[in-house]
Ligand binder design. Structure first.
Ligand code: PCA
Length: 223
C-alpha cells in the first residue's frame, strides 16, 4: 500500500496570494478548488505561493521536492485579460511595474543570473487552447507572461526542470482573468466566473496529462 502510494503520480498546481490591493486572487481560488482531485492515476495537490520575487520560487521548489510531481502547472491572475491563456515562454528578467507583496520592485534584473534568456513551456499549450474552446471556454495562447512575479515563477519552474531533469516531468503556466467581483471595481474590465475557471483548469490538466505531442494549430499574433 505504501509502495503503491509512493508510486502514485501527482500533479502540482500553484496559485498566488492576493496582490496589488486586491482581496482575492482567482488563481488561488481556482487551484484550491481542485486540491485532492483524482485525474487518471494522478492526484492534484494545490499550493499557495506568495506574490514575492524569490520567495515564490522557493515555495515552488519546496513543493516540487516534497511532492515529486509529474506535472507542474502554475497559475496567476492577469487582470484585463478576457480568456484563459496558457503561456508560451518565460523570460529571464524581473521588471516590476509595481512592488511585490514584500515591497520589492526589481528593475531589469535576471531571474537567474547567467541562465538562458528564455525557456518554452513544455506543456501542450495549443492542445489546451483547442480543448478549452471545444468546451465553450474562451482561450488563447499568450506569448508573454509579463515581467512580474508570474513570469518569475514560470522562469524558475522551467529552469528547475531544465537543470534537474526528471523523466516525464513537464511544466508550464496559465494566466486567468479577474473574477466578476474584482472586475466590478474596474468598469469595462473582463472577468470569468470561478466555476468556469476551475473547469478550465481541469481541462488544462487533463490535456497536459494525455497529450504528449502538441498539435500544430496557429496560436500566433501579429503584435
Ligand atoms: N499575477 C501576477 C503575479 C501574481 C499573480 O497572480 C503576474 O501576472 O505577474
Amino acid at each position: 500500500m505504501a509502495k503503491a502510494q509512493a508510486q502514485a503520480a501527482s500533479v502540482l498546481l500553484t496559485g498566488f496570494d492576493p496582490f496589488d490591493r486586491e482581496a482575492i486572487n482567482p488563481s488561488w481560488e481556482a487551484v484550491r478548488a481542485l486540491d485532492g482531485w483524482k485525474v487518471g492515476r494522478a492526484t492534484v495537490h494545490a499550493r499557495q505561493v506568495p506574490c514575492v520575487f524569490g520567495d515564490a520560487i522557493d515555495a515552488l521548489t519546496s513543493a516540487i521536492d516534497e511532492l515529486k510531481p509529474q506535472l507542474v502547472l502554475c497559475v496567476g491572475q492577469a487582470g484585463g485579460r478576457s480568456e484563459i491563456t496558457p503561456e508560451r515562454i518565460a523570460i529571464n528578467i524581473d521588471d516590476g511595474r509595481i512592488a511585490d507583496n514584500a515591497g520589492h520592485q526589481p528593475i531589469d534584473l535576471p531571474v537567474v543570473p547567467g541562465a538562458p534568456a528564455a525557456y518554452f513551456s513544455t506543456l501542450p499549450i495549443k492542445a489546451m487552447v483547442r480543448d478549452l474552446r471545444a468546451a465553450g471556454i474562451p482561450s488563447s495562447v499568450s506569448n508573454s507572461a509579463g515581467t512580474f512575479v508570474c513570469n518569475h515563477i514560470f522562469y524558475g519552474l522551467m529552469h528547475r526542470i531544465a537543470t534537474h531533469p526528471v523523466p516525464g516531468l513537464r511544466g508550464g503556466f496559465i494566466h486567468i482573468p479577474y473574477l466578476p467581483e474584482q472586475a466590478a471595481r474596474f468598469p469595462g474590465a473582463p472577468s470569468m466566473s470561478l466555476a468556469t475557471m476551475t473547469e478550465a483548469l481541469r481541462i488544462a490538466v487533463a490535456t497536459a496529462l494525455t497529450v504528449q505531442q502538441d498539435v500544430a494549430e496557429t496560436g500566433g499574433q501579429l503584435h
